[in-house]
Design a protein around this ligand. Structure first.
Ligand code: GLA
Length: 564
């Protein structure tokens, strides 16, 4: 991915919590947690940390499962975050623990008592040719064992570390080697909840290892855009081919704004202020959805289905999407967005750095959805909507070996039918809803109530499409959405509760919902959901507070540096 100047800013480094959180009040709210982290670091490692890396989770307001088709999405960072305290290990402990002083070795602790201490060390093998000078030897990449079949918390730490090792320590045998590091983690983003705990883990881990190795103090310090690219690549190491939304939101977020994140021609994040009375409330269905473990049947399968749909559409529309090398055609992956752009005549070279034209994009989407071009994605056989692998290959105009190489060699998926039509229809409709949602937020008009109603309508339509066409909801998530919407029937003072819309957020198949609620009704709404969602029955207020909460768009990833 190339990155526009919007993402060119450096990663912020703070030395006070007030600056980090943007206000004294928020800093005070979090101070105890930071104190505990520093205290425990001292207890476990016998010294103070030198840095704390922080990365927030995110809530996606609208635009689900379209980032990997390269359409824009609309997330905001939340206050919940992952903090990683770190410090290079001093040489003075080398005698007591020589094993922990190998280059780049890590002792990782988690503040949560459920997770035990992990010690790991990167390795690399390189062979020296006889007459090659030492500094010219290309070395093998660093390696860390990540067991994708059984993901544990430290897998995400390792995934973040991987990128640091291979981007900053790999050029030659004489390059500096990574220092041994101690880290301690704490987090408030619930795992498997659709609030992007995995991106927050990977981003904060990447930052912690960069900081501990002094990379922020040198000219190699990455920009926000570079950090996003490294973090996306890193998260793929745990087996998920995610689209880039989560990492962008976690890194670029600004207090008080949601982001319109677009990917073509380059990654770009536009801060968008939400209507004054809009508050987004997250509620956890308590159905844990681990997108890495279920990727084969769910997340990665959707990635392949949307890519397959794009290939079939391109073939049907006779679009020239492959490159030619003399007589040979070089097949490549093409996204639904690229097919739309080529079909509508606004496709430009990927290297073009101009920002995308949203008027053109919207018109292209509307025209496509008005016609019946998507019918070419349906099977010839009545009674089903999906196609078999053989049918998909034939419909895409490729031979089987080519198709398997380009579309399946890098990913493991399993299904009988690929639902090309339903997935593509969701993607195009959802992409249009995101643009409409953005326009309402940017509308300078002062009819707040009608704005909120329109935004809510888009959110409800998004949920229906996620459930019916993209099949990424869950019966319990649907129950929770119904509970949220039923607040509209409840008397609050002299009128009905003001909830405007509710939908699944994030990858889905469990996890959280996000609901749009009027600022004045937030408390009553939260109480209603806590009382009415059956899975919350019998829970303490303290637990419930972690499952249902209002969010205000917060600050993106950063590093805290201890100065004394
Ligand atoms: C996960 C992925 C994102 C995005 C969402 C669905 O969170 O990491 O890239 O695809 O699912 O919108």
């Amino acid at each position: 991915m190339t990155v526009l100047p919007a993402a060119d800013a450096p990663i912020p480094i703070f030395t006070t919590l007030k600056d980090l959180y943007g206000s004294l009040a928020t800093a005070v709210k979090h101070a105890e947690r930071w104190d505990e982290l520093v205290r425990e670091f001292h207890t476990k490692f016998g010294r103070k940390p030198t840095y704390v890396a922080r990365a927030p989770g995110r809530v996606n307001l609208i635009g689900e499962h379209i980032d990997y088709a390269h359409f824009g999405v609309f997330p905001a960072a939340i206050e919940h975050d992952i903090l990683i305290a770190c410090a290079p290990r001093p040489a003075s402990t080398a005698t007591a623990h020589p094993d922990r002083h190998a280059p780049g070795s890590v002792v990782a602790e988690n503040l949560h008592t459920r997770y035990t201490r992990q010690v790991f060390m990167p390795t690399r093998r390189h062979t020296l040719g006889d007459d090659v000078p030492l500094d010219a030897v290309r070395v093998a990449p660093w390696h860390l064992d990540i067991d994708k079949s059984e993901l544990r918390w430290e897998s995400y730490v390792k995934a973040g570390y991987y990128g640091v090792l291979n981007h900053f320590f790999s050029s030659s045998c004489t390059s500096p080697v990574p220092v041994p590091v101690d880290i301690l983690i704490t987090g408030t983003v619930p795992p498997g909840s659709g609030l992007s705990s995995s991106a927050a883990m990977v981003v904060s881990s990447t930052l912690a290892f960069l900081a501990a190795n002094g990379i922020f103090d040198g000219e190699k310090a990455p920009t926000k855009g570079e950090l996003i690219n490294i973090a996306v690549e890193n998260e793929r190491r745990v087996g998920v081919n995610s689209g880039g939304m989560d990492q962008s939101a976690s890194v670029i977020a600004l207090p008080g704004s949601a982001l319109y994140v677009s990917f073509v021609p380059s990654l770009h994040a536009e801060p968008i202020v939400l209507p004054r009375d809009a508050v987004f409330v997250c509620a956890n269905s308590l159905v844990v959805s681990n997108k890495a473990e279920s990727a084969k049947h769910q997340y990665n399968l959707r990635v392949v289905e949307t890519l397959g749909a794009a290939r079939v559409l391109a073939h049907h529309l006779n679009l020239q999407v492959d490159s030619r090398d003399g007589e040979n055609t070089k097949r490549r992956l093409v996204t639904l967005r690229e097919v739309l752009a080529r079909k509508s005549g606004f496709y430009r070279d990927e290297q073009d750095v101009q920002q995308e034209d949203l008027v053109q994009l919207r018109k292209g989407l509307e025209d496509l959805l008005e016609g019946n071009v998507l019918d070419c994605l349906l099977p010839k056989i009545e009674g089903r909507t999906g196609v078999t692998l053989e049918e998909m290959i034939g419909m895409g105009g490729m031979d089987e070996a080519e198709f398997r190489e380009v579309y399946l060699s890098w990913v493991d998926v399993e299904t009988t039918y690929f639902e090309l039509y339903l997935r593509a229809k969701h993607v195009f409709e959802e992409a249009l809803r995101v643009l409409q949602f953005r326009e309402v937020c940017l509308d300078g008009g002062d009819n707040e109530e009608s704005k909120l109603q329109t935004l809510g309508k888009y959110m409800n339509a998004s949920h229906a499409s996620c459930n019916d066409q993209f099949d990424c909801s869950h019966p319990k998530v649907n129950d929770l959405v119904q509970v949220a919407r039923s607040f509209g029937e409840v008397e609050v003072g002299q009128r009905k509760g003001r909830v405007y819309g509710s939908r699944v957020t994030g990858a889905g198949w469990g996890g959280c919902t996000v609901s749009l609620v009027h600022r004045e009704d937030v408390e009553a709404f939260i109480a209603h959901v806590k009382k009415k969602y059956p899975s919350y029955e019998g829970m303490s207020e303290e637990d419930l507070a972690g499952w249902v909460f209002a969010t205000e768009p917060g600050m993106g990833a950063c590093v805290f540096k201890f100065t004394d």
